[in-house]
Design a binder for this molecule. Structure first.
Ligand SMILES: Cc1cc2nc3c(=O)[nH]c(=O)nc-3n(C[C@H](O)[C@H](O)[C@H](O)COP(=O)(O)OP(=O)(O)OC[C@H]3O[C@@H](n4cnc5c(N)ncnc54)[C@H](O)[C@@H]3O)c2cc1C
Length: 359
């Protein structure tokens, strides 16, 4: 059996920050990520300049933040990195099962940080399994990681920041965006992103949804329609949109599967993306020694994921007795996340966290 002091599952911004914070305290950390080549999680495809907090590199491109954190990790003697390594299960008795390349090992840990991120949500409509229906994350990976455009004319579903940013990136890559369809009466993302796509003549149709995809073998078009205030289709408002790609950007769900079997108590909180683990102010779940950070704890942003990762990694190391200026750092990170979530853009998260704390 292999052993580590702190195991971190997931090498996105949350997991990388957790590993660095714990290692800076002096703890020995093992970081596991399913990706084959590069740490970074979602950041590997985010070529745009980040919004968020200046201290956490807002204004810098996601791919540059990724490279900076990866370099720090690879140079850190306290961290051993395991790529192409999927944590398949957590067991009682502080053990995890890891499939690393073609081998399977049980690792014993003293503390564990789960930073597995989130998965894309699906939408029910006729023919939603037809080739040509993509998630926005997949489209971004195809274009920004592999340099492949998914098609020629896209219908985007969802006007949150992800839908708006991916629409803009599609147009930068020479793909036409026929329209952006949004079920809510208002655009979900920041005005700065919406203005950019509107300036490029893309209509954003609020209070609309997609009814069906059609085509012989792959998508050749979609039928959309208006919806009323109960989200029901308004008869007679159907219209055809010619497109070869329907791109879904309708939210993310926290990836919490690993934590259920070891008794981490969960609560369904829509404002945080779905089921999320209860945790204390140190990001420790209800199962002692298991911490959570990033989108796995509630879908938010990379900035928040990085700060939560620092709180989780630092606290896990402190629980093992490490103290390298612990208290000052802990207070600093808690203050950073409080500031990040203050103001109107943090309202949804604040509401979700308040609901999570209700008994
Ligand atoms: C299009 C788009 C634009 C965005 N723009 C911004 C922005 O401008 N500013 C901002 O702050 N945020 C932005 N975000 C959000 C941000 O990317 C996420 O909030 C952030 O990446 C979450 O970090 P994370 O570490 O929790 O998860 P992720 O980045 O998803 O990383 C999770 C990692 O865990 C690994 N993993 C999962 N399960 C396992 C397992 N069982 N074993 C081993 N490894 C596992 C995955 O391979 C992955 O590498 C954007 C997101 C998208 C999709």
């Amino acid at each position: 059996m292999k052993k580590t002091e702190i195991a971190v599952v997931g090498g996105g911004p949350a997991g990388m920050s957790a590993a660095l914070a714990a290692a800076a305290q002096g703890a020995k950390v093992s970081l596991f990520d399913s990706a084959r080549e590069h740490l970074g999680g979602q950041l590997i495809k985010q070529t745009h300049r980040f919004f968020g907090s200046e201290k956490e590199n807002a204004g810098t491109r996601g791919i540059e933040i990724r490279a900076m954190l990866e370099k720090e990790i690879l140079e850190n003697e306290n961290i051993d990195v395991h790529m192409d390594s999927t944590v398949l299960s957590i067991y009682y008795g502080n053990e995890i099962g890891v499939e690393e390349k073609n081998t399977y090992d049980i690792w014993k840990y003293d503390k564990l940080v789960v930073a597995t991120g989130a998965s894309e949500k699906m939408l029910p409509f006729t023919n939603n399994d037809m080739p040509g229906v993509y998630g926005a994350g997949a489209v971004q990976t195809l274009m920004n990681v592999y340099g492949v455009t998914p098609g020629k004319r896209v219908l985007m579903i969802g006007s949150g920041n992800i839908g708006l940013i991916v629409s803009y990136q599609l147009m930068q890559a020479g793909v036409k965006v026929a329209a952006i369809v949004e079920a809510l009466p208002n655009i979900g993302g920041y005005r700065v992103h919406a203005s950019k796509v509107r300036r490029m003549q893309v209509p954003i149709l609020t209070s609309h949804t997609v009814l069906k995809a059609y085509g012989d073998e792959t998508v050749e078009g979609a039928v959309i329609c208006e919806i009323d205030d109960k989200f029901q289709p308004v008869p007679g408002t159907e219209q055809n949109i010619e497109c070869d790609i329907i791109c879904l950007s309708v939210g993310l769900s926290p990836l919490t599967e690993l934590m259920w079997p070891v008794g981490c108590k969960m609560k369904y909180v829509p404002a945080l993306g779905g089921n999320v683990p209860l945790r204390d102010e140190k990001m420790e779940t209800t199962t002692e020694g298991i911490y959570v950070a990033g989108d796995a704890s509630g879908v938010e942003e990379a900035t928040a994921a990085m700060i939560e990762g620092k709180i989780a990694g630092l606290s896990a190391a402190a629980a093992l007795g490490y103290d390298n200026n612990y208290e000052a750092l802990y207070n600093e990170y808690v203050n950073d996340i409080r500031i990040l979530r203050s103001g109107p853009t943090g309202a949804k998260i604040r509401q979700g966290l308040a609901q999570l704390r209700e008994v």
